[in-house]
Design a protein. Structure first.
Length: 418
């Protein structure tokens, strides 16, 4: 392939991405607006019209912001690549730092920092305008900046050694460097999962042991029934940032812990909490998390192999507007350009995720009452302003969970059979 051919392919793929994403967004906007006036029949007795319309307006506001973000990120990618941004930063860092490892690390950090700074207004607008306008944001500007600083320091503490190690392996391990990098990536990912509950999550939130003894006894009985051993039951102060509710478990081995948002416990009845927890336990019991990690590791191995094939391909660098060549440039360009060529795979990933959600719902319906999970989901849809009427094609691309009407109907069918 020549550089000109790759440039043409890149531009075509990028333009196709923007057109498809805008088309999907337009479909979502039109579909949600067309169904705004009436609550779907399946939810007539559960959700008021005002709540349904709030969800529609919230969804449309987010989609409008997404469209601006898509356009800006595409233009930024062009500015970094064909516009000469990365080439300029490469020349600049080469004049300051000596040695390929330090200079390459500085280049990647500079690009990531600049990208983060330029994209931050969109996140600020979402947090302090859209989320605040619809009554969800509880975060102050001070807390937002503090979170940003913590993320920056954490990224430096964990990411810089990893980046240096990856670049060193790429330089020193010969043609099979990608196998060594993959091994390091697997170990690093598992280590993060191991330390996250105890050392990382508490940097951002307070976690208090669940105090309600009646609730603890009921949850303990459910855990025993499901064969799940956890290091503890914790309540997280999610309300200091948002009124959205959730529950999850994290870690593995002896570090596994179950976490409830305080907003979730305030909103749901005891039996509904059990049903939500049973759904999360279903992911564990059915090995969904293990399967996802295996899939991620297999895909990442394939991508690293592909990067190895491009590492010395002159057309790859030149086709993206870069006159220089280095391992750091190859790594940076590859992962910046990769989403342009993989967007059409989103429906496959989303379908795989929705399959797991259906299976976890079915497991929860076996361990608890399906009606309780339905009631819990309806409350969460309402509290989180999740639209009940997404466009079907938009959902195929973007939704990791089944659309509300389909999911509720599936649970009701299970409940009827049971």
């Amino acid at each position: 392939m020549t550089a000109t051919q790759f440039t043409t392919l890149f531009l075509f793929a990028l333009a196709a991405n923007v057109v498809i994403k805008f088309w999907l967004a337009y479909r979502q906007l039109v579909h949600v607006a067309a169904h705004r006036a009436e609550v779907p029949a399946a939810f007539h007795d559960k959700i008021e019209l005002a709540a349904h319309q709030k969800a529609a307006d919230y969804t449309r506001a987010l989609v409008h912001l997404d469209m601006l973000t898509i356009l800006f990120e595409s233009l930024l990618l062009l500015a970094f690549t064909l516009g000469g941004g990365i080439q300029w930063l490469y020349t600049w860092t080469s004049g300051i730092f000596s040695g390929p490892l330090i200079q390459g690390t500085a280049l990647i950090v500079a690009v990531l920092l600049l990208q983060s700074i330029l994209e931050s207004p969109f996140d600020l607008y979402r947090t302090f305008n859209i989320e605040a306008r619809f009554g969800f944001n509880k975060m102050t500007l001070k807390l937002y900046l503090l979170d940003t600083l913590k993320n920056l320091l954490l990224g430096a503490a964990l990411g810089l050694p990893l980046l240096l190690g990856v670049l060193w392996l790429m330089e020193r391990m010969g043609e099979l460097w990608w196998l060594y990098v993959w091994g390091v990536w697997v170990v690093f990912s598992l280590l993060i999962q191991f330390i996250y509950p105890t050392y990382i999550a508490p940097l951002f939130n307070d976690f208090e042991p669940l105090q309600d003894e009646t609730q603890k006894a009921r949850i303990k009985a459910l855990l025993d029934k499901c064969g799940f051993a956890a290091s503890g039951l914790f309540v997280m102060d999610g309300s200091k940032r948002s009124s959205h509710g959730n529950a999850y478990f994290s870690g593995f081995g002896k570090t596994k812990r179950i976490v409830f948002f305080d907003t979730l416990l305030e909103r749901l009845a005891p039996n509904e909490i059990d049903a939500v927890l049973a759904h999360e336990l279903g992911h564990f019991k059915l090995h969904h998390i293990l399967k996802r990690y295996i899939l991620i590791f297999v895909v990442s191995l394939g991508f690293l192999w592909l990067l190895a094939q491009l590492l010395h391909a002159h057309w790859f660098f030149q086709g993206l507007g870069i006159a220089s060549e280095s391992t750091a440039l190859a790594l940076l360009l590859f992962f910046m350009a990769l989403p342009v060529f993989t967007f059409l795979l989103h429906p496959i990933a989303s379908a795989y995720s929705r399959k797991h959600e259906f299976e976890a719902d079915a497991y929860a319906a076996q361990q608890t009452d399906a009606k309780e999970l339905v009631n819990a989901l309806v409350k969460l849809y309402q509290d989180n302003a999740k639209t009940l009427t997404p466009d079907s094609l938009y959902a195929i691309f973007y939704e990791s969970h089944p659309p509300a009407p389909i999911r509720i109907a599936h649970l009701q069918e299970i409940g009827a059979r049971k």
